[in-house]
Design a protein around this ligand. Structure first.
Ligand code: NAP
Length: 308
C-alpha cells in the first residue's frame, strides 16, 4: 500500500512531490499522457519568481523533477484509468498498463489539455498543419503564412513566438476585444508581422488532403463567410480539465473542474487536488505550484492525524 500517489507530473504535481518527499513520505507520481504538463510546451516563463531573465518551461519542469527525486519521489510512466474507494482503507488506482495500485491518499494534479474547435476538417489536418503547440511545431512553418485562433494570453504568446518563423501571423478572434493582458496585447500590436481578424470564427480548414492552404472564416456579426490563405493553423483557445476518470466519483463544476475547498480537499476524504485540474481562474505556473504545496501539506496532515 502506497502512502500517497500523485496523479500528474506538471508543476502542481511536482511541487506536491517535493513537499511530500521532504516529509519522508516517498510519493509515487504517475506521469499521465502529457508528462511534465503544459509547461513542457511553453517557451519562456517570464513570471515565475526567482528567474529575472525568465526560464524555459521544460527546464523549470526538469529542475522540479530533479528536486523531487533528490528527496525520494518515485516516478512511473503510465496513465490512471480509474480510481475506486477501498472502504475506509484508501483507494485503488487502475493504470492503463494493467497494474492496480493501492494507496492511502491521492493528490490529483492531472491538469488540463488544449481545446480543439470541434470541426471535422480540423481532425483531418491534425498534425498536418493544424496544431495546438507553437513551441512544438512552429519551426515547420518557416517563411509561411499562419493563423492563430484565440484571444487570450496563450494566443498572443503563440503568435509572437511564431513570428520567428512565419512570414506573417494572423490572429483570428471571435470577438472584437482580447481577453489577454494589456502587456501581451501591446507586444502583439507592435509586431509588424502580426495582424488581427476580429469577430471571425474558423468554420472549416481547407486543404488538399495532405496539407492545408487556407481556412473559411465566418463573420460573427454579419455571418458572411470568407476565405483566408494560410499553411498553418495554431489553436490557442483554452483548455479542458483532465477529470473524465473522476466523473460520478469526485464533485466537479459545470466545466468539469474538480471542486475543492480552501485546503485543496475534494469531495472525497483523502483525495486532494492541485493545479489547473481544480483552477479555472488563475491557471498560472505559480498558482499550480502553490496549490501543489498546499495539497501536499494537507495530505501529510491527513495521514499524520490518522496515524497511517
Ligand atoms: P483563455 O484565457 O481561456 O483564452 C481562450 C481564448 O480562446 C479566448 O479568447 C476565447 O474567446 C477563445 N476561445 C475559446 N473557445 C473558442 C472556440 N471554440 N472558438 C474560438 N475561440 C475560442 O486561455 P489561454 O489564453 O490559454 O490562457 C489561460 C490562462 O493562462 C490565463 O489565465 C492566461 O492569463 C494564462 N497565460 C498566461 C501567459 C503569460 O502570462 N505569459 C501565457 C499563456 C497563458 P473569448 O475571449 O471569446 O472567450
Amino acid at each position: 500500500m502506497e502512502q500517497i500517489i500523485i496523479l500528474g507530473t506538471g508543476i502542481g504535481g511536482l511541487t506536491a512531490a517535493i513537499y511530500m518527499a521532504r516529509a519522508g513520505l516517498k510519493p509515487l507520481l504517475i506521469s499521465g499522457p502529457e508528462e511534465g504538463g503544459q509547461l513542457v510546451y511553453t517557451k519562456e516563463v517570464e513570471n515565475f519568481p526567482g528567474f529575472p531573465e525568465g526560464i524555459l518551461g521544460p527546464s523549470l519542469i526538469l529542475n522540479a523533477r530533479k528536486q523531487a527525486e533528490k528527496f525520494g519521489a518515485r516516478f512511473k510512466v503510465d496513465i490512471a484509468t480509474a480510481v475506486e474507494q477501498l472502504g475506509d482503507k484508501g483507494f485503488i488506482i487502475s493504470l492503463a498498463e494493467g497494474e492496480k495500485i493501492k494507496t492511502k491518499t491521492i493528490i490529483v494534479a492531472t491538469g488540463a489539455s488544449a481545446k480543439w474547435l470541434g470541426i471535422t476538417s480540423e481532425k483531418r489536418y491534425k498534425g498536418r498543419g493544424v496544431t495546438t503547440c507553437a513551441t512544438c511545431d512552429g519551426a515547420f512553418f518557416k517563411g509561411k503564412k499562419v493563423i492563430v485562433v484565440g484571444g487570450g494570453d496563450s494566443a498572443m504568446e503563440e503568435a509572437l513566438f511564431l513570428t520567428r518563423f512565419a512570414s506573417s501571423v494572423t490572429v483570428v478572434h471571435r470577438r472584437n476585444f482580447f481577453r489577454a493582458s494589456k502587456f501581451m496585447q501591446g507586444r502583439l500590436s507592435t509586431n509588424s508581422k502580426c495582424t488581427v481578424e476580429w469577430n471571425k470564427e474558423v468554420v472549416e480548414i481547407l486543404g488538399d488532403g495532405k496539407k492545408i492552404f487556407g481556412v473559411k472564416l465566418k463573420d460573427a456579426i454579419t455571418n458572411v463567410v470568407s476565405e483566408l490563405n494560410c499553411e498553418g493553423v495554431f489553436l490557442a483557445i483554452g483548455h479542458n480539465p483532465n477529470t473524465s476518470i473522476f466523473k460520478g466519483f469526485l464533485e466537479m463544476d459545470a466545466a468539469g473542474y474538480l471542486k475543492t475547498d480552501r485546503f485543496c480537499k475534494t469531495s472525497v476524504e483523502g483525495i486532494f487536488a492541485a493545479g489547473d485540474v481544480q483552477d479555472n481562474r488563475y491557471r498560472q505556473a505559480i498558482t499550480a505550484a502553490g496549490s501543489g504545496c498546499m495539497a501536499a501539506m494537507e495530505a501529510e496532515k491527513y495521514l499524520r492525524e490518522r496515524g497511517i
